[in-house]
Ligand binder design. Structure first.
Ligand SMILES: [Zn+2]
Length: 227
């Protein structure tokens, strides 16, 4: 499959008027943890990530629409929405998408990676009625990682392992290869902004790669990883 350069990641709910399910654990918290970790993993291999999660919303429609617009406006190559299911009695993992295209293909590669962690496989399910799948211009999937109200799923639930499984699926689906590491020795007068232009990267990437606490404090002689 084609390489991916920009991916839209949507952390489901987590905003006013769009609350997640409440189970043994809160869907909001699980979505946030899995989504944030997935974003970090993608950025670490040089993928440009659009975090589509809105900071505020005035209605459910506004929340969903902002997610879609964030992905569409910046021409993401692929869209992933992170959710956790709830329905007394259910358990396992499923991925929802509009069938018949790249989304279904990628979903079929990611799903077994999550299932490997010990969840039951509920399949890739065709859904034509979901706003974030319908309105996004690019291929889109919605992952219901597990049931947040299932004892079986929530026992020993590890958001790091789930994020890593989704990342491994993406890795396989898009033949992602780690970018070769590139370093820069800071010279007097260098600024992070100038370095982003020189190396074709972003301040966020440099900050993450080097664990920089204060972006105004870089010192001549310091070795910084650019990619
Ligand atoms: Zn949800």
């Amino acid at each position: 499959m084609n390489k991916i350069s920009t991916i839209a990641i949507d952390i489901g709910h987590n905003v006013q008027f769009d609350g997640g399910a409440l189970g043994i654990k809160s869907e909001n918290v699980l979505n946030f943890e899995v989504g944030t970790k997935l974003i970090e993993k993608c950025r670490a291999v040089g993928i440009n990530v659009i975090n589509c999660t809105p900071k505020s919303a005035v209605s459910l429609y506004d929340s969903l629409n902002k997610r879609v617009e964030a992905a569409n406006n910046r021409n993401a190559d692929f869209f992933i929405s992170i959710h956790h299911n709830a329905c007394a009695g259910g358990h396992g993992t499923e991925i929802l998408c509009i069938p018949g295209g790249k989304a279904e293909e990628v979903a079929n590669i990611i799903l077994p990676e999550i299932v490997k962690l010990g969840f039951s496989n509920r399949g890739v399910k065709p859904r034509n009625d979901l706003f974030v799948l319908n309105k996004t211009n690019m291929s889109a999937i919605l992952i219901e990682c597990a049931f947040c109200d299932s004892k079986r799923d929530m026992q020993n639930y590890d958001t790091e392992k789930v994020a890593e499984a989704i990342f491994q699926g993406l890795y396989k689906a898009f033949n992602i290869s780690k970018t070769t590491e590139v370093y820069h020795i800071v010279a007097p007068g260098d600024t992070l902004w100038a370095l982003t232009r020189k190396y074709g990267t972003t301040i966020n990437n440099i900050v993450t790669l080097n664990n920089i606490k204060n972006i105004n404090l870089i010192c001549p002689g310091q070795k910084l990883r650019m990619k």
